[in-house]
Design a protein around this ligand. Structure first.
Ligand code: ACO
Length: 328
């Protein structure tokens, strides 16, 4: 059995904030943010919008897109570090609000790598026959985890959710390969200043920007090379890379270091900023209409921990004989 993505959804808060609309007290500028990060705007959740509500909206669209019924879904995983409540898991709120009455629901916490971690878990379940159809969501309200007086972090992040329906299918399409990694010796380089067990508060995101940048470039490059080697592919066989969206300069480095053309690296950080675990599924949603024409699509993630991961997904490449076993 293979894990095949059959539906995509996305949700963004109603309010979009341009760089030029950021509070004057931050003493930042559109020019600085654009030059260092490529970010032009971000979406910021209002009081009535939460990680769960965004996840539900994205999930609904993915289920509709997949043309399946709620009864088909037997697993809901939400990758997030900004859940609505400390407990229960945001995934259970999503399960309730979508009206899914069967199966299991839980969250995955791996910061910006959460979506790739969740895919790896789903694939293992599908391969062993435990679950057949999963709703996998990356959702964040990261604007609530930053200190809005700290210009070195708050300008980088945004809110949103992306969702995919992953179905077990007897096909050679779908997820071919997934690897997840972490190295806890880097926890201090990117973390929050508190947590329930230490400060009884969530704290604010803090990071050593240059170190994070360096590590992200190194791990994206290393993961991509390993993925190519393990799958006997050359970089020319890759049709699209959908990386975690933290900084456009990191994405440019992926293209430069791997020799892939820039057009094959999906960039959405300009529109969404860094939405942590939501960034890859939001980017997948952006290109969902093109995926049918692609064959080898690579996901690359890197986040706090540090955590990192990669995945290779095979789509039909426009081959109609494959369409019967999955829409893509
Ligand atoms: N506006 C204006 N000036 C600023 C801002 C801002 N928003 N933020 C920092 N500065 C100033 C600093 O105060 C500093 O001023 P100084 O030279 O007078 O001391 C100057 O800009 C340079 O600061 P640096 O932090 O050295 O800038 P750098 O070139 O490293 O860029 C950045 C910072 C954009 C954060 C970069 O390090 C980066 O992209 N790192 C990757 C981290 C990342 O993307 N993290 C996201 C989360 S992790 C993840 O998703 C994988």
């Amino acid at each position: 059995m293979n894990s095949v993505m059959i539906g995509f959804g996305a949700a963004l808060p109603k309010k979009c904030v341009l760089n030029s609309e950021l509070p004057a007290e931050l003493d930042t500028s559109d020019e600085w943010i654009t030059r260092r990060t490529g970010i032009k705007q971000r979406y910021i959740a209002s009081r009535s919008e939460t990680t769960a509500s965004l996840a539900v909206e994205a999930g609904k669209e993915a289920i509709h897109d997949a043309k399946i019924s709620l009864n088909d879904i037997d697993l809901v995983i939400v990758a997030t570090t900004t859940g609505d409540l400390t407990f229960p898991a945001t995934a259970t709120l999503v399960q309730r609000d979508l009206g899914i009455k069967q199966g299991a629901a839980f969250d995955v916490s791996a910061a910006c790598s959460g979506f790739v971690y969740a895919l790896d878990i789903v694939d293992s379940y599908i391969k062993c026959g435990r679950f057949k159809c999963a709703l996998v969501i990356g959702a964040e309200t990261f604007s609530r985890a930053v200190d809005w007086h700290d210009r070195s972090t708050c300008v980088l992040f945004g809110d949103g959710a992306g969702a995919v329906v992953v179905q077990a299918q007897n096909t050679d399409l779908g997820l071919q390969y997934c690897r997840i990694h972490s190295d806890g010796k880097f926890v201090d380089q990117l973390k929050t200043s508190g947590g329930i067990s230490t400060t009884q508060s969530v704290g604010f995101a803090q990071m050593e920007g240059r170190e994070v940048f360096r590590f992200a470039v190194e791990k994206f490059s290393e993961s991509l090379q390993q993925l190519l080697e393990d799958n006997n592919l050359s970089i020319d066989d890759v049709d699209l890379i959908v990386p975690h969206q933290a900084n456009s300069r990191i994405l440019e480095k992926i293209a430069e270091d791997s020799g892939i053309s820039k057009e094959k690296v999906v960039v959405t950080v300009n529109k969404h900023a860094n939405t942590s675990a939501a960034s890859i599924p939001l980017a997948l949603h952006e290109v969902k209409h093109n995926l049918i024409t692609k064959k080898n699509v690579v996901l690359l993630s890197m986040g706090a921990g540090f955590t990192w991961g990669s995945a290779l997904i095979r789509f039909s490449g426009g081959n109609s004989s494959h369409k019967e076993s999955g829409r893509l």
